[in-house]
Design a binder for this molecule. Structure first.
Ligand SMILES: *Cc1c(COP(=O)(O)O)cnc(C)c1O
Length: 397
């Protein structure tokens, strides 16, 4: 069959593929330790589940407004006011089936052939793919590890062309766990204003911050910046609700209206009962987050300390999200049983076989010198997994 060219330009999510491979190994009885996970290993908080159950019981099980229920839009408006001091009208909010869907609606509404979208690299896997799926061109801008993998205004300015339509900012970031400070965001915002760019601000890890840092939304830097920013967020990561599929966008009204039209002709509303659960999460979820973050923080410290004790591995302390992103470049070229490891992908394959640990090679995110190791798994598994990784790496020739 002759398929559309756009499918040839993209590929299935590598993170989901690796997770599937690990699951298959586990199903065969191999005791694999999964460090590839992209979701919290916590259960959805009880009040949130109860709200979903109550919605089912009360018969809230029909189509809702295509762009989401007003009650949830109001909870989002209130959340953005409370957390970021931002003012939005509900007409500037769209509820979608996860933040990934939010971003896809955005790509559909915003870009077409000839447009460029600037994406700092390392990047979350779906940013460039969604741009490609909508016939536009992702422009990957390499960021430096010693600058915390942050895009700067200067770096952005160097890659702007007359075709640049938007820039992606993801803080805290996946896969690096790096967090943008206010000054760096101001630099980016200034360039976006000068060149009339839309800022796509993915803030899905906003609540997962350590070391006393507070989240700064680039939209909060002033009314002119807010007017050209679309804030993308959701309940998946903050409230351990990945399966419920609720994300949202807040931004310029004309853009939100266009995204709502796209959604109304593709998926219609996000699941009715999940929307009710998301209301409960946004309104009552803070205590749960505190507990989860405290646990993540401990695991993060243990993992980073252990990684830095492995010869050939260096790992910066991530300030957000639930990933470490150790530099493994010095292991490339070392020899395993099947010859020299030629890439981070080969290293991850070696560690899957020899240490029965699963991680995502950096190539998936645009770096061949790193792997992403998630600490969204229990402390005993982290300790055991790192024992195995260290032992297997020490065996390399
Ligand atoms: C997980 C993730 C998303 C998507 O989350 P949803 O489950 O679709 O809401 C978006 N952006 C980044 C950077 C992520 O890691």
């Amino acid at each position: 069959m002759k398929l559309a060219q756009r499918v040839g330009r993209t590929s299935p999510s590598p993170t989901l593929r690796i997770t599937a491979e690990a699951k298959a190994m586990a199903a065969r009885g191999v005791d694999v330790i999964d460090f590839a996970s992209g979701e919290p290993d916590f259960d959805t908080p009880v009040p949130v589940k109860e709200a979903g159950i109550a919605a089912i019981r009360s018969g809230f099980t029909k189509y809702t407004a295509a762009g989401g229920i007003d009650e949830l839009k109001l909870a989002v408006v209130e959340k953005l006011r409370r957390d970021q001091g931002l003012t939005y009208d509900t007409s500037q909010v769209l509820i979608s089936c996860g933040a990934k869907h939010t971003l896809y609606n955005l790509a559909q509404a915003l870009v077409e052939s000839g447009d460029e979208v600037i994406i700092p690299s390392p990047y979350w896997v779906s940013f460039p793919e969604q741009v490609l799926l909508n016939d536009a061109t992702p422009v990957l801008v390499q960021t430096e590890e010693r600058q915390g993998f942050r895009l700067t205004g200067e770096l952005l300015a160097r890659h702007v062309t007359p075709r640049t339509k938007a820039v992606v900012v993801n803080t805290p970031g996946n896969p690096t766990g790096s967090v943008y400070d206010r000054r760096t965001l101001e630099g980016i915002a200034a360039v976006a204003l000068r060149h009339d760019l839309l800022i796509i601000s993915d803030e899905i890890y906003e609540k997962l911050l350590y070391d006393g840092l507070t989240h700064v939304s680039i939209a909060s830097l002033g009314p002119e910046v807010q007017a050209r920013t679309v804030v993308v967020n959701g309940v998946s990561k903050a409230y351990a609700m990945t399966g419920w599929r609720i994300g949202y966008a807040a931004g310029p009204k004309d853009l939100i209206t266009a995204m709502t039209t796209v959604q109304s002709q593709s998926t219609s509303n996000p699941t009715s009962v999940a929307q009710k659960a998301a209301v409960a999460a946004l309104n009552q979820g803070e205590a749960f987050i505190k507990e989860m973050v405290a646990e993540f923080d401990q695991r993060r410290r243990v993992m980073v300390e252990r990684l830095n004790k492995i010869p050939g591995v260096t790992c910066a302390m991530p300030n957000g999200a639930f990933y470490t992103f150790p530099h493994v470049g010095r292991l490339i070229g070392r020899r395993g049983p099947e010859g020299p490891l030629t890439s981070a992908t080969a290293l991850a394959a070696y560690l899957l076989q020899e240490a029965r640990t699963v991680m995502v090679p950096g190539e998936a995110f645009g770096s061949s010198d790193h792997v992403r190791i998630s600490y969204a798994t229990s402390m005993p598994k982290i300790v055991e997994g790192l024992n195995r990784i260290e032992e297997a790496i020490r065996r390399l020739k």
